[in-house]
Design a protein around this ligand. Sequence first.
Ligand code: S3P
Length: 436
Amino acid sequence: MNKKIFKISKKIKPFKKKIFVESDKSLSIRWVLFSSMSSKKSIALNLLRSEDVLSAINCIKKLGSKVKFNNNKCEIIGNGLNYNIKNNLVLNAGNSGTLGRLLLGLLINSEKKIKLIGDKSLSKRDFSRVTIPLKKFGAKFSSKRYLPLYIEGLKNPKPINYFEKKGSAQVKTCLIMAALKTKGLSKIKAKKSRTHTEIMLKNLKVPIKVKRTKNFDYIQVKGVNKISPLYYNIPGDISSSAFFLVLTILSRNSELLIKNININPSRTGIIEILKRMGGNIKIINKKIYKGESVGDILVKSSKNLKSINCPTKYNSSAIDEFLVIFLVAAKSKGISYFKNLSELNHKESPRLKWGAKILKKMGVKTIVTKDSIKIFGNPNLKINNKIHIKNYLKDHRIFMMCVIAGLTCGGSWKINDQDSIQTSFPSFLKILRKIR
Ligand code: S3P
């Protein structure tokens, strides 16, 4: 079996470049699923063409949507709010927790039994966070926690009141999708998490009300009898740009302009954290597009990086970026501390554990618990040994973290499963070649 091993043996040379990264994955998956709920033609430009989004497209096609995806334009004529499908349909969410969880919300009103499957990594992830509240709407499940599972929805799901305590946008969105298919008002109190769904639905003039407080959002959403088509030009993904932000901060005499990134404040934890650590980052050309903040990120090499006792208020808005933030902590002066991060172990791989494991291979001292990590930083960190990374459940972000570690800290690296980047950022290595 060819595991496509990526090798690094040299640090990156100073660079000064302008790049575009790929489009926002959260927005892309939401656009696909909400478009499937409309019966008119939705159009997106620059939809992310990655495995997670292609899995979403395959699923909605099986549910009755018609999709054309050529070059940078995707058109979807959805099946509307109801389904005309056969029993025993199988939907494959691939590697995507977002897709798997959102699909179950979408399927709340399908009376046919549908099987949801996913890859090895997704089959290890806990779906009870959505099956438990979806049962309140009236759905039945064959298994509470793990894929594969069968969902059997109902014609008239009941609206619910629910307190979402994890701060998971996947759970929040799944419940909002199900609520849209009821005949009443659902009330969701949700710990803060990314807000793309609420923003997209406001654009669609769906009856959704959101009251924001410091720690929670109070969301009220009424059932609808149609969804309008959606026209979007999808901006770049801050989670993809994160690898290049850290690459630049940790390189010598370098500068990078990353164009047209979605900088929704519920996603910019990495920028806040890196700035506090002494990272030289500026946002320019800020504008609002369809309710989302978009801007260019200008980042420069940063000397004198300092450790952080990371405030937990950033945990949700930086949730996908902690692996690379840990790299910055490893090259900063002092001991950094990140806490209340048990959610990190529920991602494509147990990332808190893997983050610590990789830092250890790099010669960095850490103290890791179930939900926290202390990183003993060293601004002069240099790796001289050989490092081989394998069996990491092909977690795309682990792969990219290791590439950035090798290019900024040295050492001789072999990283298995190069294809893992296909899930979120297929052009990662191509963009890197442009900079190197
Ligand atoms: C996502 C939400 C986050 C994030 C994931 C994408 C989304 O998960 O980790 O990569 O698009 O809603 P949680 O909401 O479960 O934290």
